[in-house]
Design a protein around this ligand. Structure first.
Ligand SMILES: C[S@@+](CC[C@H](N)C(=O)[O-])C[C@H]1O[C@@H](n2cnc3c(N)ncnc32)[C@H](O)[C@@H]1O
Ligand SMILES: [Zn+2]
Length: 538
């Protein structure tokens, strides 16, 4: 329940030294800003402006109160803005109070700053992260300071009722949790809405001070009646909220806070700590030259690969794919395979679990070979420059079918997948990259043990689709019978597990070559010897 925004800074940030930043981490937890354990409670009534909160050798931390100009318009929120009640400390009449935490170096120059919306609780760790964001954005946003808003509030406490209250209206409430030690006791609460709103079960939900657990787990107090002259005698206790609760009710039914209040979805601040774009990617963006894109990929294949579908139109992505097809094998190393796999599916999953049933007991679920090993295997089996047709048996979400097309030179690449769900995902992913010129890729749904078209392929690839060795043996027998002379089949689950059919219908298998990535196809074998050697028959 944290929001990040930016507002104009009053002083420009100077660049931070690593010494000061290292010291800051320790300093920040020792600095006293109404500290509650590992959290800071920021509320105006507890505030003393412009005070030094912690002094170290290389830097110091101070805080002061600022006001956001005219409501919160001077703040530009990242993503969604906080809901109104997280900013309730300010409104159209009152400007939004902010506590600015400023870090200065030993020369007195500001090196980091963050503004915290008041009347809320902040984890010190989040504040430190926001300060780091301000340091890291020193170049890209020299004029701005991060702003944090939090919807978290500190736990309320119970105290003896004392009157008169300084301001606000009073109302009588009670906790209806059956397990609360104050169950049924009446307490006074200082409220900021009229009793009619409370009677209708609207307005703010107030957590019980006597229940156990975090704020969300405590019961919301139920409204009993407006405060009357008799209540000073009857109500012994009042509830003290260190800052005003603000979350609104959505039901009058008694229950824990999470049940009765309108909650917010949690936002993890860390996701804004994405490293800045690399200079290589920026060079590509400015030049739009494919070799520059390759260079950027080399630096961070996974990240840039995941960005490709957004950076490039589908037609440009297709151009990039055709560009990689023409690269020499050496230039295809260094992350291109990984980047392409993330281009196919930015949140690349290496495992896709399916429900186990009769079939799944003997058939493997989708577990993907890594893209870089796939490239190695294509090279080892001599398939990288093959201009024929490629088949992946058990193609899952289609990654290897796409990679075979993008990394190899095949005219056609097909995938055969037996599980309908993974197969549907594969078709969806292919549709997502559909270009003007369609990819020669087909995703077929079917059972490898009854497939009739192994004769149409020059390269048949698989990654152990079935556990059962006997099923694997019958798969190899089926393929060997149908395949064309010159075609190869290999299972990358084992080393050098490849079979090639010769013109006279006999078979050879492959062996590693000492100094080369590429294997040598020169070992004569019979189909049954091959099957026995790789343990497929038992
Ligand atoms: C280990 S995954 C291989 C994934 C992909 N080929 C790769 O190399 O990254 C095996 C896949 O084979 C599929 N499969 C298992 N038995 C099959 C069969 N008889 N016919 C077709 N596909 C099958 C599974 O559903 C699973 O998606
Ligand atoms: Zn209670």
């Amino acid at each position: 329940m944290l929001w990040l925004g930016w507002r104009e800074a009053s002083t420009l940030l100077a660049s931070a030294t690593s010494r000061a930043m290292a010291e800051l981490q320790g300093l920040i937890s020792s600095s006293e800003l109404n500290t509650l354990g590992n959290e800071w409670l920021i509320g105006r009534h507890l505030h003393q402006s412009s005070a030094i909160r912690a002094q170290g050798k290389w830097c110091s931390i101070s805080s002061e109160t600022l006001f956001a100009e005219g409501d919160d318009e001077s703040i530009s929120w990242v993503g969604s803005p906080p809901p109104g009640d997280a900013l309730a400390a300010g409104n159209t009449n009152k400007r939004l109070p902010l506590t600015q935490v400023t870090v200065r170096n030993s020369a007195g120059k500001t090196i980091a700053a963050v503004c915290l919306v008041e009347q809320a609780l902040y984890a010190i760790e989040d504040v430190y992260l926001a300060l780091r964001i301000s340091v890291e954005s020193h170049h890209s946003r020299p004029n701005s300071v991060p702003v944090l808003a939090s919807a978290r509030r500190p736990l309320p406490t119970l105290e003896r009722a004392h009157h008169p209250f300084p301001n606000g209206t009073l109302a009588v409430f009670r906790c209806e949790s059956p397990v609360c030690r104050s169950h049924g006791d009446e307490v006074l609460v200082q409220v900021n809405q009229n009793t009619e709103t409370l009677r209708r079960g609207l307005g703010v939900a107030y957590p019980c001070p006597s229940c156990n657990g975090e704020w969300q787990a405590r019961w919301a107090l139920s409204f009993v009646r407006a405060f009357g002259p008799m209540d000073t005698h009857r109500v012994a206790h009042s509830v003290r909220y260190r800052v005003m609760p603000t979350r609104t009710r959505r039901t009058i039914v008694p229950g824990p806070m999470t049940m009765v209040e309108k909650g917010y979805t949690t936002v993890d601040l860390r996701r804004w700590l994405e490293p800045p774009l690399s200079s290589k990617l920026i060079r590509y963006l400015n030049s739009r030259r494919l070799p520059n894109l390759l260079a950027a990929i080399g630096e961070d294949p996974q990240r840039i690969g995941g960005l490709l579908p957004g950076l490039l139109t589908n037609d440009h992505f297709r151009t990039f794919v055709d560009f990689t097809r023409r690269l020499n094998p050496k230039a295809k190393r260094g992350g291109v395979a990984t980047a392409l796999a993330h281009g196919w599916y930015p949140r690349r999953a290496s495992v896709y679990r399916v429900e186990f049933g009769q079939e799944q007991d003997s058939h493997h679920q989708y577990i993907a070979l890594s893209p870089e090993s796939f490239l190695d295997k294509l090279e080892f089996y001599g398939a990288l420059n093959n201009k024929g047709r490629f088949l992946d048996i058990g193609s899952g979400i289609g990654e290897k079918v796409f990679l075979a097309y993008a990394l190899g030179r095949f005219v056609q690449c097909d995938g055969l997948e037996y599980d309908p769900r993974t197969s549907a995902i594969a078709s969806f992913l292919l549709q997502q990259i559909a270009a003007y010129d369609p990819y020669p890729i087909r995703l077929l749904q079917g059972d490898a043990l009854t497939f009739e078209h192994y004769g149409s392929y020059s390269v048949i690839y698989m990654f152990r689709p079935m556990h059962d060795p006997i099923a694997m043996a019958s798969l190899f027998r089926r393929i060997a019978k149908q395949m064309q002379p010159g075609a190869i089949v290999f299972d990358v689950h084992q080393e050098a597990c490849g079979l090639k059919k010769m013109d006279d219908g006999t078979f050879v298998t492959v062996r590693p070559h000492l100094n080369r990535r590429k294997g040598v196809w020169d070992r004569k074998t019979t189909l049954e010897d091959f099957i026995a050697k790789h343990g497929f028959s038992q």
